[in-house]
Design a protein around this ligand. Structure first.
Ligand code: NAD
Ligand code: DAU
Length: 346
Protein backbone atom coordinates (compact mmCIF):
# COMPACT_ATOMS: atom_id res chain seq x y z
CA UNK A 1 0.00 0.00 0.00
CA UNK A 2 1.40 3.42 -0.97
CA UNK A 3 2.13 5.79 1.91
CA UNK A 4 -0.28 8.75 2.06
CA UNK A 5 0.46 12.05 3.80
CA UNK A 6 -1.81 13.85 6.25
CA UNK A 7 -2.03 17.60 5.72
CA UNK A 8 -4.07 19.72 8.14
CA UNK A 9 -5.96 22.57 6.50
CA UNK A 10 -5.94 25.74 8.62
CA UNK A 11 -6.20 28.76 6.33
CA UNK A 12 -7.07 28.08 2.71
CA UNK A 13 -7.42 30.17 -0.42
CA UNK A 14 -10.03 28.83 -2.85
CA UNK A 15 -9.76 30.41 -6.29
CA UNK A 16 -12.90 30.50 -8.43
CA UNK A 17 -15.20 30.01 -5.44
CA UNK A 18 -18.00 31.99 -7.08
CA UNK A 19 -18.19 29.52 -9.96
CA UNK A 20 -20.01 26.20 -10.20
CA UNK A 21 -17.66 23.72 -8.53
CA UNK A 22 -15.84 26.30 -6.41
CA UNK A 23 -19.07 27.53 -4.77
CA UNK A 24 -20.11 23.96 -3.92
CA UNK A 25 -16.61 23.36 -2.49
CA UNK A 26 -16.65 26.51 -0.34
CA UNK A 27 -20.06 25.58 1.07
CA UNK A 28 -18.87 22.06 1.87
CA UNK A 29 -15.68 23.20 3.65
CA UNK A 30 -17.47 25.78 5.81
CA UNK A 31 -20.04 23.16 6.82
CA UNK A 32 -17.65 20.28 7.43
CA UNK A 33 -14.33 21.83 8.56
CA UNK A 34 -15.32 24.28 11.32
CA UNK A 35 -11.68 25.01 12.21
CA UNK A 36 -10.69 26.12 8.72
CA UNK A 37 -10.52 29.78 7.65
CA UNK A 38 -11.39 30.23 3.98
CA UNK A 39 -10.73 33.05 1.54
CA UNK A 40 -12.73 32.88 -1.69
CA UNK A 41 -10.66 34.67 -4.37
CA UNK A 42 -12.57 35.22 -7.60
CA UNK A 43 -12.48 37.76 -10.45
CA UNK A 44 -16.26 37.46 -11.01
CA UNK A 45 -16.15 36.86 -14.76
CA UNK A 46 -19.43 36.04 -16.57
CA UNK A 47 -19.22 32.61 -14.85
CA UNK A 48 -18.68 33.89 -11.33
CA UNK A 49 -21.70 34.89 -9.35
CA UNK A 50 -21.81 36.18 -5.78
CA UNK A 51 -25.41 35.08 -5.48
CA UNK A 52 -24.12 31.50 -5.57
CA UNK A 53 -22.37 32.08 -2.22
CA UNK A 54 -24.59 34.80 -0.72
CA UNK A 55 -25.77 32.45 2.05
CA UNK A 56 -22.15 32.19 3.32
CA UNK A 57 -21.47 35.92 3.74
CA UNK A 58 -22.12 35.98 7.49
CA UNK A 59 -19.98 32.90 8.24
CA UNK A 60 -17.21 33.90 10.68
CA UNK A 61 -14.51 31.87 8.86
CA UNK A 62 -15.34 33.20 5.39
CA UNK A 63 -13.89 36.13 3.41
CA UNK A 64 -14.60 37.00 -0.22
CA UNK A 65 -12.00 38.92 -2.22
CA UNK A 66 -12.59 40.03 -5.76
CA UNK A 67 -9.30 39.51 -7.56
CA UNK A 68 -7.68 38.15 -10.70
CA UNK A 69 -5.29 35.20 -10.38
CA UNK A 70 -3.02 36.95 -12.91
CA UNK A 71 -2.60 39.91 -10.53
CA UNK A 72 0.52 38.79 -8.66
CA UNK A 73 0.57 41.77 -6.25
CA UNK A 74 -3.01 41.15 -5.15
CA UNK A 75 -2.50 37.40 -4.82
CA UNK A 76 0.66 38.01 -2.76
CA UNK A 77 -1.04 40.52 -0.49
CA UNK A 78 -4.00 38.17 0.04
CA UNK A 79 -1.85 35.13 0.86
CA UNK A 80 0.26 37.04 3.39
CA UNK A 81 -2.57 38.93 5.05
CA UNK A 82 -4.57 35.73 5.62
CA UNK A 83 -1.61 33.46 6.44
CA UNK A 84 -2.73 31.02 3.75
CA UNK A 85 -1.25 27.50 4.07
CA UNK A 86 -3.09 25.80 1.19
CA UNK A 87 -4.39 26.89 -2.21
CA UNK A 88 -7.20 24.95 -3.89
CA UNK A 89 -7.19 26.26 -7.43
CA UNK A 90 -10.54 26.05 -9.27
CA UNK A 91 -10.55 29.40 -11.14
CA UNK A 92 -10.49 28.92 -14.90
CA UNK A 93 -12.11 29.67 -18.18
CA UNK A 94 -14.03 26.39 -18.34
CA UNK A 95 -16.22 26.17 -21.44
CA UNK A 96 -14.94 24.36 -24.54
CA UNK A 97 -17.27 26.15 -27.00
CA UNK A 98 -16.07 29.56 -25.81
CA UNK A 99 -12.44 28.48 -26.27
CA UNK A 100 -13.26 27.65 -29.89
CA UNK A 101 -14.71 31.13 -30.48
CA UNK A 102 -11.74 32.84 -28.78
CA UNK A 103 -8.77 31.28 -26.93
CA UNK A 104 -6.95 34.33 -25.54
CA UNK A 105 -8.69 34.43 -22.14
CA UNK A 106 -8.09 30.69 -21.77
CA UNK A 107 -4.34 31.06 -22.18
CA UNK A 108 -4.27 34.08 -19.87
CA UNK A 109 -6.23 32.53 -16.99
CA UNK A 110 -5.52 28.81 -17.36
CA UNK A 111 -1.81 29.10 -18.19
CA UNK A 112 -0.48 32.47 -17.04
CA UNK A 113 -2.80 32.43 -14.04
CA UNK A 114 -1.38 29.08 -12.87
CA UNK A 115 2.20 30.31 -13.36
CA UNK A 116 1.39 33.45 -11.35
CA UNK A 117 -0.22 31.51 -8.51
CA UNK A 118 2.63 28.97 -8.32
CA UNK A 119 5.33 31.66 -8.28
CA UNK A 120 3.62 33.81 -5.68
CA UNK A 121 2.52 30.86 -3.52
CA UNK A 122 6.02 29.39 -3.38
CA UNK A 123 7.56 32.77 -2.47
CA UNK A 124 4.94 33.30 0.25
CA UNK A 125 5.59 29.87 1.78
CA UNK A 126 2.19 28.32 1.00
CA UNK A 127 2.59 24.67 2.05
CA UNK A 128 0.37 22.91 -0.48
CA UNK A 129 -1.15 23.69 -3.88
CA UNK A 130 -3.99 21.68 -5.42
CA UNK A 131 -4.56 22.19 -9.14
CA UNK A 132 -8.13 21.21 -10.07
CA UNK A 133 -7.89 19.91 -13.61
CA UNK A 134 -9.85 17.87 -16.09
CA UNK A 135 -9.94 14.51 -17.87
CA UNK A 136 -10.06 16.47 -21.15
CA UNK A 137 -6.25 16.83 -21.03
CA UNK A 138 -6.07 13.14 -22.06
CA UNK A 139 -7.90 13.75 -25.35
CA UNK A 140 -10.47 11.37 -26.78
CA UNK A 141 -11.09 7.62 -26.34
CA UNK A 142 -12.42 5.10 -28.86
CA UNK A 143 -15.11 2.61 -27.91
CA UNK A 144 -12.87 0.83 -25.36
CA UNK A 145 -10.57 1.76 -22.48
CA UNK A 146 -10.41 4.45 -19.79
CA UNK A 147 -8.09 7.31 -18.85
CA UNK A 148 -5.57 6.45 -16.14
CA UNK A 149 -3.07 8.85 -14.59
CA UNK A 150 -0.39 7.52 -16.95
CA UNK A 151 -2.43 8.08 -20.13
CA UNK A 152 -0.39 10.51 -22.27
CA UNK A 153 -1.57 14.12 -22.43
CA UNK A 154 -3.28 14.67 -25.81
CA UNK A 155 -5.46 17.75 -25.39
CA UNK A 156 -7.63 18.55 -28.41
CA UNK A 157 -9.48 21.82 -27.70
CA UNK A 158 -8.02 25.22 -26.85
CA UNK A 159 -9.65 24.81 -23.41
CA UNK A 160 -8.06 21.44 -22.70
CA UNK A 161 -4.72 22.53 -24.15
CA UNK A 162 -4.66 25.48 -21.75
CA UNK A 163 -5.56 23.23 -18.79
CA UNK A 164 -2.83 20.75 -19.84
CA UNK A 165 -0.31 23.61 -19.95
CA UNK A 166 -1.34 24.59 -16.41
CA UNK A 167 -0.93 20.95 -15.27
CA UNK A 168 2.54 20.77 -16.81
CA UNK A 169 3.57 23.96 -15.01
CA UNK A 170 2.46 22.27 -11.77
CA UNK A 171 4.54 19.22 -12.65
CA UNK A 172 7.52 21.49 -13.38
CA UNK A 173 7.19 23.30 -10.03
CA UNK A 174 7.25 19.95 -8.23
CA UNK A 175 10.20 18.53 -10.15
CA UNK A 176 12.28 21.70 -10.39
CA UNK A 177 11.50 23.43 -7.11
CA UNK A 178 10.32 20.48 -5.01
CA UNK A 179 7.15 22.53 -4.47
CA UNK A 180 4.25 20.40 -3.09
CA UNK A 181 1.71 20.49 -5.90
CA UNK A 182 -1.06 17.92 -6.41
CA UNK A 183 -3.20 17.65 -9.54
CA UNK A 184 -6.75 16.26 -9.78
CA UNK A 185 -8.37 15.37 -13.10
CA UNK A 186 -12.13 14.93 -12.95
CA UNK A 187 -14.78 13.97 -15.48
CA UNK A 188 -17.96 15.98 -16.31
CA UNK A 189 -19.72 17.51 -13.28
CA UNK A 190 -23.43 18.19 -12.84
CA UNK A 191 -25.47 19.61 -9.96
CA UNK A 192 -26.69 22.93 -8.51
CA UNK A 193 -25.21 26.31 -9.47
CA UNK A 194 -23.83 25.17 -12.86
CA UNK A 195 -23.77 27.92 -15.48
CA UNK A 196 -26.42 27.13 -18.11
CA UNK A 197 -23.97 27.13 -21.02
CA UNK A 198 -23.09 23.50 -20.12
CA UNK A 199 -25.08 20.53 -21.46
CA UNK A 200 -27.21 19.47 -18.46
CA UNK A 201 -28.44 22.88 -17.18
CA UNK A 202 -28.88 24.18 -20.73
CA UNK A 203 -31.11 21.22 -21.67
CA UNK A 204 -33.10 21.47 -18.42
CA UNK A 205 -33.80 25.17 -18.96
CA UNK A 206 -34.61 24.81 -22.66
CA UNK A 207 -36.97 21.91 -21.93
CA UNK A 208 -38.69 23.75 -19.06
CA UNK A 209 -39.53 26.57 -21.51
CA UNK A 210 -40.49 24.23 -24.39
CA UNK A 211 -37.50 25.55 -26.38
CA UNK A 212 -35.36 23.63 -28.87
CA UNK A 213 -32.67 21.39 -27.36
CA UNK A 214 -29.49 21.71 -29.50
CA UNK A 215 -27.68 18.34 -29.64
CA UNK A 216 -24.31 18.45 -31.39
CA UNK A 217 -23.58 15.99 -34.22
CA UNK A 218 -25.19 12.56 -33.86
CA UNK A 219 -25.64 12.90 -30.09
CA UNK A 220 -23.56 9.77 -29.48
CA UNK A 221 -20.53 11.43 -27.91
CA UNK A 222 -20.00 9.92 -24.47
CA UNK A 223 -19.24 11.73 -21.22
CA UNK A 224 -18.62 10.24 -17.76
CA UNK A 225 -20.81 12.14 -15.25
CA UNK A 226 -20.19 12.80 -11.57
CA UNK A 227 -22.19 14.85 -9.06
CA UNK A 228 -20.38 18.05 -8.07
CA UNK A 229 -20.53 17.15 -4.35
CA UNK A 230 -18.71 13.88 -5.01
CA UNK A 231 -16.07 15.80 -6.96
CA UNK A 232 -15.69 18.36 -4.14
CA UNK A 233 -15.25 15.61 -1.54
CA UNK A 234 -12.60 13.99 -3.72
CA UNK A 235 -10.69 17.29 -4.01
CA UNK A 236 -10.84 17.68 -0.23
CA UNK A 237 -9.53 14.13 0.20
CA UNK A 238 -6.61 14.85 -2.14
CA UNK A 239 -5.87 18.15 -0.36
CA UNK A 240 -5.73 16.43 3.04
CA UNK A 241 -4.26 13.02 2.16
CA UNK A 242 -2.78 13.10 -1.32
CA UNK A 243 0.94 12.75 -2.06
CA UNK A 244 2.66 15.86 -3.45
CA UNK A 245 3.75 15.48 -7.07
CA UNK A 246 0.95 13.01 -7.82
CA UNK A 247 -1.99 13.18 -10.20
CA UNK A 248 -5.37 11.75 -9.09
CA UNK A 249 -8.14 10.96 -11.57
CA UNK A 250 -11.69 11.45 -10.25
CA UNK A 251 -14.74 9.79 -11.76
CA UNK A 252 -17.89 7.86 -10.90
CA UNK A 253 -17.91 5.08 -13.56
CA UNK A 254 -20.98 6.65 -15.13
CA UNK A 255 -20.79 6.90 -18.93
CA UNK A 256 -23.70 8.28 -20.92
CA UNK A 257 -24.22 9.20 -24.58
CA UNK A 258 -25.38 12.84 -24.76
CA UNK A 259 -28.64 11.95 -26.47
CA UNK A 260 -29.59 9.57 -23.65
CA UNK A 261 -28.98 12.30 -21.05
CA UNK A 262 -31.16 14.70 -23.05
CA UNK A 263 -33.95 12.13 -23.36
CA UNK A 264 -33.78 11.40 -19.62
CA UNK A 265 -34.14 15.10 -18.80
CA UNK A 266 -37.17 15.34 -21.10
CA UNK A 267 -38.67 12.30 -19.38
CA UNK A 268 -38.15 13.76 -15.88
CA UNK A 269 -39.86 16.97 -17.01
CA UNK A 270 -42.63 15.18 -18.94
CA UNK A 271 -41.69 16.94 -22.19
CA UNK A 272 -41.74 15.48 -25.73
CA UNK A 273 -38.63 14.30 -27.63
CA UNK A 274 -39.81 16.45 -30.54
CA UNK A 275 -38.01 19.35 -28.78
CA UNK A 276 -34.65 17.79 -29.72
CA UNK A 277 -32.74 19.51 -32.59
CA UNK A 278 -29.64 17.86 -34.01
CA UNK A 279 -27.33 20.76 -34.89
CA UNK A 280 -23.90 21.22 -36.48
CA UNK A 281 -21.21 19.44 -34.49
CA UNK A 282 -18.67 21.12 -32.21
CA UNK A 283 -15.37 21.42 -34.16
CA UNK A 284 -12.85 18.83 -32.93
CA UNK A 285 -15.54 17.27 -30.71
CA UNK A 286 -13.94 14.59 -28.48
CA UNK A 287 -15.88 11.34 -28.92
CA UNK A 288 -15.64 9.66 -25.56
CA UNK A 289 -14.29 10.30 -22.05
CA UNK A 290 -14.09 7.67 -19.31
CA UNK A 291 -12.12 7.83 -16.07
CA UNK A 292 -10.39 4.95 -14.31
CA UNK A 293 -10.62 6.05 -10.63
CA UNK A 294 -8.71 3.02 -9.24
CA UNK A 295 -5.85 5.12 -7.82
CA UNK A 296 -7.98 7.45 -5.68
CA UNK A 297 -10.14 4.49 -4.57
CA UNK A 298 -7.18 2.35 -3.55
CA UNK A 299 -4.77 4.95 -2.22
CA UNK A 300 -7.07 7.49 -0.54
CA UNK A 301 -10.27 5.48 0.00
CA UNK A 302 -12.52 8.01 -1.77
CA UNK A 303 -15.68 6.69 -3.46
CA UNK A 304 -18.60 8.60 -5.03
CA UNK A 305 -21.85 8.57 -3.02
CA UNK A 306 -24.54 10.05 -5.27
CA UNK A 307 -26.39 7.79 -7.65
CA UNK A 308 -26.82 9.43 -11.08
CA UNK A 309 -30.58 9.08 -11.68
CA UNK A 310 -31.33 10.53 -8.23
CA UNK A 311 -28.71 13.28 -8.60
CA UNK A 312 -30.06 14.24 -12.01
CA UNK A 313 -33.68 14.39 -10.81
CA UNK A 314 -32.57 16.55 -7.83
CA UNK A 315 -30.66 18.83 -10.22
CA UNK A 316 -33.75 19.26 -12.41
CA UNK A 317 -35.72 20.19 -9.28
CA UNK A 318 -33.01 22.66 -8.26
CA UNK A 319 -33.29 24.52 -11.61
CA UNK A 320 -37.08 24.50 -11.30
CA UNK A 321 -36.80 26.07 -7.82
CA UNK A 322 -34.04 28.59 -8.63
CA UNK A 323 -35.37 30.35 -11.70
CA UNK A 324 -34.41 33.88 -10.52
CA UNK A 325 -30.75 32.76 -10.25
CA UNK A 326 -30.48 31.26 -13.73
CA UNK A 327 -32.53 34.02 -15.35
CA UNK A 328 -30.10 36.62 -13.97
CA UNK A 329 -26.91 34.78 -15.00
CA UNK A 330 -28.34 34.14 -18.47
CA UNK A 331 -28.94 37.81 -19.22
CA UNK A 332 -26.52 40.28 -20.87
CA UNK A 333 -23.17 38.77 -21.91
CA UNK A 334 -24.60 35.25 -22.03
CA UNK A 335 -27.15 36.17 -24.71
CA UNK A 336 -24.37 37.53 -26.99
CA UNK A 337 -22.42 34.31 -26.53
CA UNK A 338 -25.51 32.17 -27.25
CA UNK A 339 -26.14 34.04 -30.51
CA UNK A 340 -22.53 33.59 -31.62
CA UNK A 341 -22.24 29.91 -30.71
CA UNK A 342 -25.64 28.62 -31.85
CA UNK A 343 -26.78 30.92 -34.66
CA UNK A 344 -24.60 29.21 -37.32
CA UNK A 345 -25.60 25.78 -35.99
CA UNK A 346 -29.41 25.95 -35.71
P1 NAD B 1 -16.91 27.93 -13.83
O1 NAD B 1 -16.68 28.50 -15.18
O2 NAD B 1 -18.29 27.67 -13.36
O3 NAD B 1 -16.24 28.91 -12.74
C1 NAD B 1 -14.97 29.48 -12.92
C2 NAD B 1 -14.77 30.55 -11.84
O4 NAD B 1 -13.44 31.07 -11.99
C3 NAD B 1 -15.75 31.72 -11.94
O5 NAD B 1 -16.25 32.05 -10.66
C4 NAD B 1 -14.88 32.86 -12.48
O6 NAD B 1 -15.30 34.14 -12.06
C5 NAD B 1 -13.50 32.50 -11.92
N1 NAD B 1 -12.40 33.04 -12.73
C6 NAD B 1 -12.24 32.95 -14.07
N2 NAD B 1 -11.11 33.59 -14.45
C7 NAD B 1 -10.54 34.08 -13.31
C8 NAD B 1 -9.37 34.82 -13.05
N3 NAD B 1 -8.53 35.21 -14.03
N4 NAD B 1 -9.08 35.15 -11.76
C9 NAD B 1 -9.92 34.78 -10.75
N5 NAD B 1 -11.06 34.10 -10.94
C10 NAD B 1 -11.38 33.74 -12.21
O7 NAD B 1 -16.01 26.63 -13.76
P2 NAD B 1 -16.30 25.21 -13.07
O8 NAD B 1 -17.11 24.39 -13.98
O9 NAD B 1 -16.73 25.45 -11.68
O10 NAD B 1 -14.83 24.58 -13.06
C11 NAD B 1 -13.95 24.84 -11.98
C12 NAD B 1 -12.64 24.13 -12.24
O11 NAD B 1 -12.85 22.73 -12.36
C13 NAD B 1 -11.95 24.56 -13.54
O12 NAD B 1 -10.57 24.64 -13.30
C14 NAD B 1 -12.27 23.44 -14.52
O13 NAD B 1 -11.25 23.31 -15.48
C15 NAD B 1 -12.31 22.25 -13.59
N6 NAD B 1 -13.18 21.14 -14.01
C16 NAD B 1 -14.49 21.38 -14.35
C17 NAD B 1 -15.31 20.30 -14.68
C18 NAD B 1 -16.78 20.51 -15.04
O14 NAD B 1 -17.43 19.57 -15.46
N7 NAD B 1 -17.34 21.70 -14.88
C19 NAD B 1 -14.80 19.01 -14.68
C20 NAD B 1 -13.45 18.81 -14.35
C21 NAD B 1 -12.67 19.88 -14.00
O1 DAU C 1 -14.70 16.40 -18.83
C1 DAU C 1 -14.57 17.50 -17.97
C2 DAU C 1 -15.00 18.76 -18.70
O2 DAU C 1 -16.42 18.68 -18.83
C3 DAU C 1 -14.60 20.02 -17.96
O3 DAU C 1 -13.20 20.13 -17.95
C4 DAU C 1 -15.19 21.26 -18.64
O4 DAU C 1 -14.91 22.42 -17.90
C5 DAU C 1 -16.71 21.08 -18.75
O5 DAU C 1 -17.27 22.18 -19.43
C6 DAU C 1 -17.04 19.77 -19.46
O6 DAU C 1 -16.66 19.84 -20.84
P1 DAU C 1 -17.62 19.26 -22.01
O7 DAU C 1 -17.29 19.93 -23.27
O8 DAU C 1 -17.64 17.77 -21.97
O9 DAU C 1 -19.04 19.77 -21.42
P2 DAU C 1 -20.34 20.43 -22.11
O10 DAU C 1 -21.38 20.49 -21.06
O11 DAU C 1 -19.99 21.67 -22.83
O12 DAU C 1 -20.74 19.33 -23.18
C7 DAU C 1 -21.03 18.00 -22.80
C8 DAU C 1 -21.35 17.23 -24.08
O13 DAU C 1 -22.58 17.72 -24.62
C9 DAU C 1 -20.32 17.40 -25.18
O14 DAU C 1 -20.17 16.18 -25.89
C10 DAU C 1 -20.92 18.46 -26.10
C11 DAU C 1 -22.41 18.22 -25.97
N1 DAU C 1 -23.26 19.42 -26.11
C12 DAU C 1 -22.97 20.51 -25.35
C13 DAU C 1 -23.73 21.66 -25.45
C14 DAU C 1 -23.40 22.89 -24.62
C15 DAU C 1 -24.34 19.42 -26.98
O15 DAU C 1 -24.62 18.41 -27.65
N2 DAU C 1 -25.09 20.56 -27.09
C16 DAU C 1 -24.83 21.68 -26.38
O16 DAU C 1 -25.55 22.72 -26.55
Amino acid sequence: MTQTTQHTLRSILVTGGAGFIGSNFVRMILAERPGVRLVNYDALTYAGNLESVADLDAHPNYTFIRGDICDSAKVDETLRRHGVDTIIHFAAESHVDRSILSAAEFVRTNVMGVQTLLSVAMAAGVERFVQVSTDEVYGSLGAEGKFSETTPIAANSPYSASKAAGDLLCRAWFHTHDYPVLVTRCSNNYGPWQFPEKLIPLMIIKAMGDGELPVYGDGKNVRDWIHVEDHCRAVLTVAEQGRPGEVYNIGADNEWANIDIVKTILKILGKPESLIRYVKDRPGHDRRYAIDPAKIHGELGWKPQIQFEQGLAATVRWYQQNEPWWRRVMSGEYMNYYEKNYAPKM
